[in-house]
Design a protein around this ligand. Structure first.
Ligand SMILES: [Zn+2]
Length: 87
């Protein structure tokens, strides 16, 4: 059987992170993202952080530490994006 799944790179996964968390993604793409996350620690950290952040939003007001952590995560994501764009 041929594996039709698209192999995603980190840039694509990070860009689609919020869609992934919102479930606004086709089943096929969801499976592709999950497959990538299964093998990529860096992207998994992004997802876990973002997921934690989303659940915090529903619960508690943001304190400074959380805002700082979010900013660092975003900066890291942007760095991934920029270095990928340079290739
Ligand atoms: Zn990755």
């Amino acid at each position: 059987m041929t594996d039709q799944r698209e192999v995603l790179d980190c840039l694509t996964v990070v860009r689609g992170l919020w869609d992934y968390l919102d479930g606004e993604m086709s089943e096929q793409r969801l499976a592709d993202v999950r497959a990538h996350l299964a093998t990529c620690t860096g992207c998994r950290e992004h997802v876990e952080f973002a997921r934690g952040f989303v659940s915090l939003l529903g619960r508690a007001p943001l304190d400074e530490a959380r805002v700082t952590a979010l900013r660092l995560s975003v900066q890291r994501a942007l760095r991934v994006e920029r270095s990928a764009a340079r290739d």
